[in-house]
Design a protein around this ligand. Structure first.
Ligand SMILES: Cc1cc2nc3c(=O)[nH]c(=O)nc-3n(C[C@H](O)[C@H](O)[C@H](O)COP(=O)(O)O)c2cc1C
Length: 220
């Protein structure tokens, strides 16, 4: 069996509003399945933002995020509890697997709300010399599985991938691996082709049998 050390914990997040026939969920599950085939001993953390997303950041939270911990009021500390939980969850994971639809050329509001809760000064990024900012999550591996009706990924209309690249880069994660199923409303044949191609590219990326035989680590 190949060695996934030091990867121990997977955070699996979905955010599609659809729970039954969601393509992004299907793809993210395929990535998780590959990881667990490679290393059955991984710990799994699960967050389904499509079912339960954090509410938009409110007044108290917005103030609390940028108030140094020793100066926070009791109300601010309480208000940050959900953000703290989600942030600790992200920090405790070595691998993030994210399934996301494209909604109006960007991520769903549920995922945006999660991002607003976990991009935290002093926790996932910090200020360093000369006013520069430094991401604190650089040791993580991120896989993103996208689903969209049309075919705008990589075009000027695409605000999903560039946005996620900026966000993950901001918290220190430079190498995000994407698996995309596009054209899902371009007829049944194209839909099937696109889903199958995305699943195949996931299998090829991990290439479980080859890496198991060779004792290599495909999580790179
Ligand atoms: C609110 C909403 C906005 C959408 N916006 C877009 C879009 O901008 N571009 C696109 O290609 N598809 C768009 N779609 C279609 C979804 O991306 C597509 O149905 C995808 O399969 C959803 O992912 P899921 O299968 O995981 O639920 C939108 C769907 C919804 C519900």
């Amino acid at each position: 069996m190949c060695d996934l050390t030091p990867f121990t914990t997977v955070l699996h997040i979905d955010c599609s509003a659809r729970t039954a026939d969601s393509v992004s969920r299907r793809l993210s599950q395929a990535v998780v399945d590959q990881l667990f085939t490679l290393e059955p001993g991984l710990q799994l953390l699960r967050r389904d933002l499509g079912i339960e997303a954090p509410p938009p950041v409110n007044d108290t939270e917005a103030e609390a995020f940028f108030t140094p911990p020793p100066h926070r009021t009791a109300g601010q500390v309480t208000a940050l509890a959900d953000s703290d939980t989600l942030t600790e969850e992200l920090l405790s994971a070595d691998i993030l697997v994210l399934g996301t639809p494209m909604y109006n050329f960007n991520v769903p509001a549920s995922l945006k709300a999660w991002i607003d809760y976990v991009v935290r000064p002093g926790k996932t990024f910090r200020r360093v010399a000369n006013g520069n900012l430094e991401g604190l999550c650089g040791d993580k591996k991120v896989y993103v599985c996208t689903a969209s009706s049309g075919k705008s990924i990589g075009t000027g209309m695409d605000h999903l991938r560039p946005y996620l690249d900026v966000i993950f880069g901001f918290i220190g994660i430079g190498n995000v691996v994407y698996f995309d199923a596009e054209g899902l409303a371009w007829g049944e044949q194209e839909r099937e082709r696109s889903i199958n191609a995305a699943v195949e590219s996931i299998h090829q990326h991990f290439d479980v049998s080859r890496h198991s035989d060779a004792g290599q680590n495909p999580v790179e």
